[in-house]
Design a protein around this ligand. Structure first.
Ligand SMILES: C[S@@+](CC[C@H](N)C(=O)[O-])C[C@H]1O[C@@H](n2cnc3c(N)ncnc32)[C@H](O)[C@@H]1O
Length: 359
């Protein structure tokens, strides 16, 4: 970073073991998703732009796939006379690609070098340290992989979550859905359980707080959505966007351990269930901690519950009829085609499931 007023440049870079085409496409896609999460829209292409709060803050002036993107940038809406420049450049680096992000010519908006140094430490260096220290890094990995999945790897995993199918089979067996059911799934991920559930002829709705998972689940269940048998909304588990007493049943799998307030989520699920409505949820067993089902850094960020604790959560949420059962996953694991070498993961006493019903 050069601490002179009008030529200030901030530059960050990373080297990726990807060819330039792949690096370019991936960066554009990831950037659009990451900016969306902080309320900024990024539209790529030669006539692309960046919009914050309905105001255009960036305009593409050069779009050269595999090489560079240049944006005319307006960092200050109170100072429109001096647009600045943001560049994203892609250069060969060994067998891979060096990606550089650069912002030039905006130091005069801040003031003298002391203020510039303050901006740099506060807005660039401190977030960098937070992102690379254990708490922030572990949180990011946990969110990215499971707590709020995003990115190409998560889309591929949750589009076809083979290792979750045994849990789905238990849940579907317990729910015994019919055409008359109206199912709610909370934390639907890529929508694979919904797809199986809809085979019963039931109607369904689902929520997930990850926008990418909502998109993926909608793609996977496009036909049912078009036929008005299914809706999938972006929402948090403890604030469901549905009226009271509309669902006949509800399911939740692979979500409980991530919930900051499971009683609030269970109470919401109970609220939207009709009297007599049933709820099946996969537990969050402490013995999974540190295994491939709950590896670090997820393991130390998940909440685990004993059978008694799980029952207590459901009762505290108001469920009148509550049972926690253990179900073997092994036969289901064989049935769904888990590779032979991974089958031992599904042996043992099985997983806990909450079976609850409201009066
Ligand atoms: C490990 S994934 C499981 C996805 C899917 N149920 C499955 O078994 O394949 C956890 C999912 O729960 C969602 N989730 C976690 N906490 C949530 C919350 N508080 N509200 C809504 N969704 C949540 C995540 O976004 C993610 O899609």
């Amino acid at each position: 970073m050069t601490l002179t007023d009008t030529t200030t440049t901030v530059r960050i870079s990373i080297e990726l073991e990807l060819d330039r085409q792949t690096a370019f496409d991936l960066l554009v896609q990831e950037l659009a998703t990451a900016l969306e999460r902080v309320g900024i829209q990024f539209e790529g292409g030669a006539r692309g732009r960046v919009v914050e709060n309905g105001v255009e803050v960036g305009r593409v002036v050069s779009w050269k796939p595999c090489q560079e993107i240049q944006l005319e940038w307006c960092p200050a809406d109170w100072e429109l006379r001096h647009p600045t420049r943001v560049e994203l450049r892609f250069e060969p680096a060994g067998a891979g690609t060096k990606v550089m992000l650069e912002h030039q010519g905006w130091g005069h908006l801040i003031g003298g070098p002391q203020e510039l140094a303050g901006w740099f430490t506060d807005q660039v260096a401190a977030p960098f340290f937070r992102a690379t220290a254990p708490a922030g890094f572990g949180d990011w990995l946990t969110d990215r992989r499971a707590r709020r999945p995003s990115g190409a790897q998560a889309r591929s995993v949750y589009g076809d979550p083979l290792f979750h199918y045994p849990n789905f089979r238990v849940i579907l067996a317990e729910l015994a859905l019919t055409r008359d059911d109206y199912l709610l799934e909370v934390g639907c991920g890529g929508g694979a359980l919904l797809k199986e559930a809809l085979g019963s002829g039931c109607r369904a709705a689902a929520v997930d707080h990850s926008p990418e998972m909502v998109r993926l689940a909608r793609q996977a269940n496009r036909e049912a959505i078009d036929a008005k048998r299914l809706e999938i909304l972006q929402s948090k588990a403890d604030c469901l966007p549905f009226s009271d007493e509309i669902f006949t049943c509800a399911a939740m799998t692979g979500v409980l351990g991530f919930l900051p307030d499971p009683v609030a989520a269970f109470a919401e699920i109970r609220r939207v269930l009709r009297p007599g409505g049933r709820f099946v949820a996969l537990g969050s067993d402490a013995e999974l901690k540190g295994t491939p089902a709950a590896p670090e850094p997820m393991a130390s960020r998940l909440h685990f519950y004993s059978e008694q604790e799980l029952e207590g959560l459901a009762r505290s949420a108001g469920f009148e009829q509550v049972q926690v059962v253990r179900r073997s996953l092994y036969e289901f694991a064989r049935e769904v085609g888990i590779p032979e070498e991974a089958l031992p993961l599904f042996a043992g006493p099985g997983a806990t499931f909450l079976l609850a019903r409201r009066h």
